[in-house]
Design a protein around this ligand. Structure first.
Ligand code: PLP
Length: 397
């Protein structure tokens, strides 16, 4: 057998594989509720006005295509750091290292690699359930990935006592991945008091938190969603934070995100930064320009920033309206046990529909959600919502 003949066929990515199946589906009424992408009223990927304006300014400036520094564009790094950490003393004390990353995924991966370089783990916990890629990313980075309890299917909410018990039982040094807001896939977030309790356990058990914030602004607002980061910095914890601007700037293909590491002091910060640079240099050398230039142009210009904040706020409130409209449409069709959809936050809803019904939605109606029951509410609109409600009513009958 030759070298390449040894390659086994790897399983298709569960979410992107679904999109492939959706693309070849010939049915006119098909609906893709699988992938986590916000679509506008016309079912199209939005080009945000603030983003378009920033791109035009960048094009007009006609700069040559130089290499970026290994850790990314300085203006971008400081703009996103200011947005995420606000006025925190950790910034003025030089305790926060921020590097530009290839989306949220890239931030998780270099964060995972950094932790392994520092011999963290090898145990790492993700919520049960979590974004599918968490397990794969951290396993690839060399962690033994396990879960802590999170979703309670009976309760249609968070099994908070179970979560605390699992964190409390974790070995010191275990890395714990936490969704900062808009939990993917369930749509259920911790409240302020619950975050405080989680922080207490993280400190008392000497665990290493890794906050993943891919949806800042989609929960309750940019500052409101970011408040969890303040809780962590003011608690004195050392932690990692990944951010993604794929969704909040609708810049999916530009691969723009960041990784921050909050450490003891500025000397440790300098050493951590040097390790991150080594990882990046040997991985992809330095990050791309366009997405970071757009995000920093928007964040550093008062007018564009407020335009962007308004557009993001529109997306958030529209998703909330879609949630209530879906619940109303289901109620009209005699389904009165899915009101929880209106309580969830972010792009996703854990619909509670079992696998057979999700498969039936796909095969009979061309409605593509995940087998776990996750649907992307942000892909609904006035034209497809009634059809989706009819289909759910039919598969549940
Ligand atoms: N983290 C979570 C929880 C996500 O849902 C996603 C994307 O779906 C990511 C990270 C990755 O974001 P990106 O597409 O920017 O890599």
């Amino acid at each position: 057998m030759s070298l390449f003949e040894r390659a086994e066929l790897a399983p298709a990515d569960p979410i992107l594989g679904l999109t492939e199946a959706f693309t070849v589906d010939k049915r006119a009424q098909k609906v893709n509720l699988g992938v986590g992408v916000y679509l506008d009223e016309d079912g199209r990927l939005p080009l945000m006005r603030a983003v378009q304006e920033a791109s035009e300014r960048i094009t007009q400036a006609a700069r040559p295509h130089a290499y970026q520094p290994i850790d990314g564009m300085p203006a971008y790094r400081s703009a996103v750091r200011a947005m995420v950490f606000g006025e925190s003393d950790a910034i003025s004390d030089g305790r926060v290292v921020t590097v530009q990353s290839l989306g949220g995924t890239g931030a998780l991966r270099i964060g995972g690699d950094l932790l392994r370089v520092l011999s963290a783990g090898p145990k790492l916990l993700v919520s049960n359930p979590s974004w599918e890629n968490h397990r794969a990313i951290f396993s690839r980075a060399g962690f033994e990935v396990d879960t802590y309890r999170y979703y309670d299917a009976e309760l249609k909410g968070i099994d908070f006592e179970g979560m605390i018990a699992d964190l409390d039982a974790a070995e010191a040094g275990t890395v714990v991945v936490l969704h900062a807001c808009c939990h993917n896939p369930t749509g259920y977030d911790l409240d302020a008091a619950q975050w405080d309790r989680v922080i207490e356990v993280l400190i008392s058990r000497s665990l290493v938190p890794f906050l993943d914030m891919a949806y800042q602004g989609f929960g309750s607002g940019i500052a409101e969603d970011g408040a969890v980061v303040d809780r962590f910095t003011s608690s004195g914890l050392m932690f990692l934070l990944s951010t993604s601007y794929s969704k909040s700037f609708s810049l999916y293909g530009e691969r723009v995100g960041s990784l921050s590491v909050v450490v003891e002091d500025s000397t440790v910060a300098a050493r951590v930064l040097s390790q991150l640079k080594t990882l990046i240099r040997t991985d992809y050398s330095n990050p791309p320009t366009e997405g970071a230039a757009i995000v920093s142009t928007v964040l550093l210009d008062e007018e564009l920033r407020s335009m962007w904040a308004d557009e993001l706020s529109h997306m958030r409130t529209r998703i909330q309206t879609l949630r209530t409209s879906l619940v109303a449409a289901l109620t009209e069709r005699g389904i009165d046990d899915m009101e929880f959809i209106a309580q969830q936050r972010g792009m996703f809803s854990y619909s509670g529909l079992p696998r057979e019904q999700m498969v039936a939605l796909r095969s009979e109606f061309g409605i593509y959600g995940l087998d776990s029951g996750r649907i992307c509410v942000a892909a609904l609109n006035d034209r497809n919502l009634g059809y989706v409600a009819d289909a759910i009513a039919s598969v549940r009958a």
